[in-house]
Design a protein around this ligand. Structure first.
Ligand code: IPE
Ligand code: MG
Length: 229
């Protein structure tokens, strides 16, 4: 969800105003995904590296997380959205941690859409914590065992990965899980990413041929794949 800061700066507003608008865009995108039958939506809200931003922006983002939790969870609960937080919680305060746990508990029974919010997350952190967990249990490290120890092991790998804001890089998001994801880069700043922009990304995805190492002829003979954004 990139581009909140630029969205605000273009309007001569503080960066935090862009992050607030980003919460609105996330609400809109979550509803749109649920309406379109997407089973899993995983968003990058705060990276392991975002702590390096100015302290007032970091504290503003943490306050916004707490505010969004209290405001959004009742509606998410009603809409059938199951919220999960993904990332290193050890670095978060006890208050923030309990807010995450409450949101997860309140929506745990929902099955319409899984919304994974990556917060204090990094793809390298995830791979390292999975390897450390296996090592601590004395288990051997294989592709399958690492995959099972990764933080998103409960959901399938993403079919479509969308980055907004015009940058063409992954910035440490889903490094393991995006091995075969279709990538879509949107020039729209995240607060401007609306239903039409989502539909454009899905239409583009639908036009791709996913081969997973196979030949085009093999794929044409096989059934099509499901969509998990
Ligand atoms: C992304 O928007 C949101 C977070 C990292 C929390 P940015 O804050 O990176 O926005 P730009 O890239 O400065 O426009
Ligand atoms: Mg950015």
């Amino acid at each position: 969800m990139d581009g909140n800061g630029r969205w605000a700066q273009r309007r001569f507003l503080p960066r935090l105003a862009g992050h607030k608008q980003g919460v609105n865009a996330l609400r809109r995108c979550t509803q749109a995904c649920a309406q379109r039958g997407v089973a899993v939506l995983t968003v990058f809200a705060f990276s392991s590296e975002n702590w390096n931003r100015p302290v007032d922006e970091v504290s503003g983002l943490l306050e916004l997380l707490a505010l969004a939790l209290s405001r959004e969870v009742p509606q998410l609960r009603k809409d059938g959205v199951c919220v999960r937080f993904v990332g290193d919680r050890a670095a978060l305060s006890a208050k923030v941690r309990s807010g995450l746990e409450q949101a997860e508990a309140a929506t745990a029974h929902n099955t319409r859409l899984v919304l994974n919010v990556c917060f204090n997350y990094g793809g390298r952190w995830d791979i390292a914590q999975a390897a450390a967990a296996l090592a601590a249990r004395g288990e051997s490290i294989t592709e399958a065992s690492l995959n099972a120890a990764m933080s998103l092991s409960a959901v399938p790998d993403p079919d479509l990965l969308i980055r907004t804001g015009g940058e063409m890089r992954l910035s440490n998001f889903l490094l393991w899980q995006a091995a075969y994801s279709e990538l879509f880069f949107s020039d729209k700043l995240w607060p401007d990413f609306d239903e039409a922009a989502l539909d454009e990304a899905i239409a583009d995805y639908s036009s791709r041929q996913r081969r997973f190492g196979k030949t085009s002829e093999q794929i044409l003979a096989a059934p099509s794949q499901p969509l998990h954004a």
